[in-house]
Design a protein around this ligand. Structure first.
Ligand SMILES: [Zn+2]
Length: 164
């Protein structure tokens, strides 16, 4: 178990997002793995709200005052997890050739008439949380809305920590 925790710790050093964590957790051979991962993540954070699910790089769904909110590792709170956290971000839109050429060599980037790059930053720590490459006017993408209760019941066979 101790060895296992060390391995997981190494794996999590880059703080894996949920999409990568899920297949690891999904290994039914070790039902303690999810708890070990949560424990490792929680130890790294400077705040105490219990993690319900890791959501995205830097972001967690946590339990606070009976609510499920999205919280950044820096402590910034995005509010209800069912509302797209991106709407609270600082956003930079690269929709000109000049702005796109800061990232790509000349003529290697997208045509801003057809595609723009949207960069989403945490308002608390200014970490770059996500980038969308979408046609201008395209709605903000909602990456992932987890079925928290279903996940806990079907995968872990128990209730989430805020419903215990
Ligand atoms: Zn942050």
């Amino acid at each position: 178990m101790k060895e296992d925790k060390k391995t997981l710790q190494r794996m999590l050093d880059g703080q894996l997002p949920w999409e990568q964590l899920k297949p690891i957790i999904g290994d039914h051979k070790d039902p303690n793995r999810f708890d070990a991962i949560i424990e490792i993540l929680q130890e790294k954070l400077n705040w105490k709200e219990p993690i319900i699910l890791p959501l995205h790089e830097h972001l967690y769904i946590v339990s606070k005052n009976g609510e499920r909110i999205v919280k950044c590792d820096c402590g910034y709170e995005f509010g209800d997890y069912r509302i797209n956290w991106k709407t609270k971000c600082k956003i930079r839109v690269r929709d000109t050739f000049e702005a796109i050429e800061e990232l790509y060599p000349k003529d290697m980037g997208c045509d801003p008439e057809w595609e723009e790059l949207r960069e989403y930053f945490c308002p608390g720590c200014f970490s770059l949380l996500d980038v969308e490459a979408v046609p201008p006017g395209y709605p903000v993408i909602f990456n992932f809305l987890p079925e928290i209760d279903v996940f806990y019941e079907n995968w872990l066979g128990r209730k989430p920590p805020d419903k215990e």
